[in-house]
Write a protein that binds this ligand. Structure first.
Ligand code: OAD
Length: 238
């Protein structure tokens, strides 16, 4: 029988996928979305994170995203981000699939990051079909040279996920032998169902979260604790 709270050593696998959510950045100081003090407890997404809000009041939506940029810039990647990057360096077939838009995996050294929900650090002009990276704060100018607004390249509520991004994530997970889900409440679809693909192909699945989620019962291992401590258990110093 598998002891579900035991952490297997990740060095025993070849194709690992880290599937992360807001909880992996919590110890860096970035709030999660749900739960006490969460972003959606303090803000109404209908005012700041959907296409209709942007059409109604782009300045307000940009002000809110500038606040998110400032929050992320004030934070540093934590040990979990850095250890994930270390796994990727030591085992190059490792993939990182994240729902986060904060860019902390990349700042922590991860090379390839599949960003399911876009990035705070990209903007796009839908009229011209341009996407560009931009790390400034506050983001200026807010209008493209064509006169239309630059829009944060983030998947807002009611937006579809980018087809190519979800295909890359799906392929990585379908081919993995171990999936480590860290810090996601497994509430937001379609992202939440991606770990089920790993279960279907017989990969070893590990959930890292201080709390139970609706999918906890399906994981082979559930590590109850913060991301940094649990990542250290999964990747002990060699
Ligand atoms: P949530 O805020 O829904 O969930 C965060 C999870 O992190 C919870 O299950 C917490 O228990 C867990 N957690 C808290 N502290 C932790 C720690 N130190 N270590 C590990 N886990 C910890 O965030 P997501 O699941 O990422 O979408 O949310 C999914 C999507 O909903 C986000 O990408 C965002 C949001 O609306 C968009 O903005 C499109």
């Amino acid at each position: 029988m598998i002891e579900r709270s035991r952490a297997p050593d990740l060095r025993g696998f070849e194709r690992i996928v880290f599937f992360t959510g807001a909880g992996v950045s919590r110890e860096s100081g970035i709030p999660t979305y749900r739960g006490r003090g969460g972003i959606w407890e303090r803000f109404d997404y209908r005012e700041v994170a959907c296409q209709r809000a942007f059409a109604r009041d782009p300045e307000k939506v940009w002000d809110w995203h500038d606040e998110r940029r400032a929050e992320a810039l004030a934070c540093e990647p934590n040990l979990a981000h850095r250890l994930i990057a270390e796994v990727q360096r030591e085992m190059p077939a490792t993939e990182v699939v994240t729902q986060n838009i904060d860019g902390l995996h990349q700042r922590g050294g991860a090379e390839r990051v599949i960003e399911l929900h876009g990035s705070l650090w990209r903007v796009r002009c839908d009229r011209e079909g341009i996407v560009k990276e931009d790390f400034s704060h506050p983001f200026q100018p807010r209008r493209c040279k064509c006169g239309d607004w630059w829009r944060p390249d983030v998947v807002w509520f009611e937006d579809p996920l980018d087809h190519e991004t979800i295909r890359r994530a799906w392929t990585a997970i379908e081919n993995c032998d171990c999936l480590v889900s860290i810090g996601t409440s497994a509430n937001v679809y379609p992202a939440a169902e991606l770990p089920l693909v790993a279960m279907r192909v017989g990969a070893v699945t590990i959930e890292v979260n201080p709390e139970d989620t609706p999918l906890s019962g399906l994981y082979a291992h559930c590590l109850r604790g913060p991301a940094t401590e649990m990542m250290r258990r999964l990747w002990p110093e060699s």
